[in-house]
Design a protein around this ligand. Structure first.
Ligand code: PHE
Length: 490
């Protein structure tokens, strides 16, 4: 009905000046007319232009006065010929109508406000306010002074009204042609295909979004970093054990048993099974010895090393536990140089905030060969980080129980215009490597960083809880850009 009205009108007239008026003259809902105009506009049957019109509508208060009369008129009607006391009049009208009524009636000089009595100065009044409100309610215009007065009394408020002016478009026809989207067998058989008009292809229309599995940004970045390691000739270490013994997580790494990181405030210990079943006994003895008395030119920590402490199971706090296991295995055979990496989850008993969770992913790389020096470490770090797009690096001396020397790694972030910490590194200590049985001239250079940090920077996420955990918006997982890391190496 709306479509017939619009097309029919335009067939005989140049323009629909105002869709709002057009709709109300025909008793059609304006929304329906607007939808029709939009659809016809899409097929270029019509050209439409926005017009904004300001209209006035009654407030709730304005609406009540259209039935009850304005307060000043109510007041006049309530005053008897001999006058009335303020108290009595207020009781009759209620405080609000009384107050407004008095003010307006006095302004209109309709009443005499005596000290005790209120009396009428006029016998008959015309309720102009009510009449004006009724006009507005019927959609009729009133003069600007009246608008101003009613607006000041908060009886009306403006409302913008959006409508359209409509003209014939380039494809105008008095009736919409049915366009066909598919050619059918019937069309062929009946010969209809010669006559029918087909809908044009819309090459810029978006396709249906595909519902399928999608990769989380962390997985995408992990995949690219894996490739970078592979390109550099590194092998992946097996990291499929979240549960680790304190021995591999700490003791084998020459981390003393009193170290604060071994406290339950920092580490999650397991209740069941609370201890590990098997450790390589002769190696355990050498680790005990190096902690207690040193060796290999070290004095050790000189304390009583306890087996029970080493047996305690925990959720690994770093993937260096895996590196330690791998180096031990390497030491059991004739020495061959190795380049290893891992990327997997670690756990720390930490207070959760916008940059920390109790679990995250570590990226770790190590090179094990004869005669390696700190220069080799710096060289490998430059190679690795430049493939992540970080070409400006700085190093700061640091401390790890298992590395000496140790260096924190900083990279200059061109966007943030500052140096940001991107990782930690060092050369594994002889106190760690010698008890494993690695030859004396074998050194291991290693580094570690989190996967979350570069992912957050790359994907512009500043709260880790938006990236990982139960508060993550599934939309982010469904729709995120590809990770270009390692794709554009300069
Ligand atoms: N394990 C260290 C950490 O948790 C990272 C690291 C790995 C440091 C290897 C030095 C060498 O931060």
């Amino acid at each position: 009905m709306a479509e017939e009205a619009v097309l029919g009108y335009l067939e005989n007239n140049d323009q629909i000046i105002d869709s709002g008026e057009f709709a109300s003259q025909r008793g059609i809902d304006h929304n329906e007319i607007v939808n029709t105009i939009k659809s016809l506009h899409g097929f270029r049957y019509v050209d439409a232009e926005d017009i904004k019109r300001e209209t006035w509508v009654l407030t709730d208060e304005g609406n009540t006065y259209t039935t009850m009369g304005s307060p000043e008129a109510q007041l006049i009607l309530a005053i008897p010929p001999q006058g009335i006391s303020r108290e009595q009049l207020q009781k009759m009208l209620g405080p609000s109508v009384f107050k407004i009524g008095c003010a307006q009636a006095a302004k209109n000089k309709w009443v005499e406000m005596g000290k005790h009595l209120i009396s009428k100065k006029v016998q008959h009044v015309e309720d102009r306010v009510k009449n004006l409100l009724l006009l507005i309610q019927q959609g009729q215009g009133i003069g600007p002074d009246d608008i101003k007065a009613l607006k000041a009394r908060k009886l009306i408020v403006p409302q913008t009204w959006k409508c359209y002016s409509v003209k014939k478009g380039p494809n105008f026809a008095p009736k919409r042609k049915k366009v066909v989207t598919d050619l059918t067998r019937d069309n062929f058989q009946s010969g209809e295909w010669k006559e029918i008009e087909f809908k044009e292809y819309n090459y810029s229309a978006k396709g249906q979004p595909l519902e399928g599995g999608s990769l989380h940004p962390l997985l995408k970045v992990r995949c690219q970093i894996k490739q970078i390691f592979h390109c550099m000739g590194f092998e992946e270490m097996p990291t499929n054990n979240y549960v680790e013994s304190s021995f591999w997580n700490f003791d084998s790494l020459f981390q003393p048993q009193q170290h604060p990181a071994r406290d339950s405030h920092d580490t999650f210990f397991l209740e069941a099974p609370s201890t590990t079943k098997k450790l390589p006994e002769d190696y355990v003895q050498r680790v005990k010895k190096v902690h207690e008395f040193g060796g290999y030119e070290s004095r050790g920590y000189t304390y009583d090393w306890k087996r029970e402490e080493a047996n305690k199971n925990l959720l690994r706090t770093h993937t260096t536990a895996v590196s330690s296991r791998m180096l031990y295995q390497l030491a059991q055979k004739p020495f061959v140089p190795k380049k290893y990496f891992s990327i997997d989850r670690v756990f720390r008993n930490e207070a959760v905030d916008r940059t920390h969770l109790a679990e995250f992913h570590q990226i770790e790389g190590l090179v094990c060969d004869r005669g390696l020096t700190l220069c080799d470490l710096i060289g490998v770090l430059h190679d690795f980080f430049s493939r992540l797009g970080m070409t400006k690096l700085k190093f700061k001396p640091a401390y790890n129980p298992y590395t000496e020397p140790s260096m924190e790694i900083f990279s200059y972030h061109e966007g943030f215009k500052k140096w940001v910490e991107v990782g930690n590194s060092g050369m594994f200590r002889p106190e760690m490597l010698r008890p494993m049985g690695l030859p004396e001239d074998v050194q291991v250079i290693a580094w570690g960083l989190s996967l979350e940090r570069p992912t957050m920077i790359m994907y512009g996420i500043d709260n880790i809880r938006d990236l990982f955990g139960h508060k993550v918006d599934l939309g982010l997982i469904k729709k995120n850009s590809i990770c270009r890391l390692g794709i554009e190496v300069k």
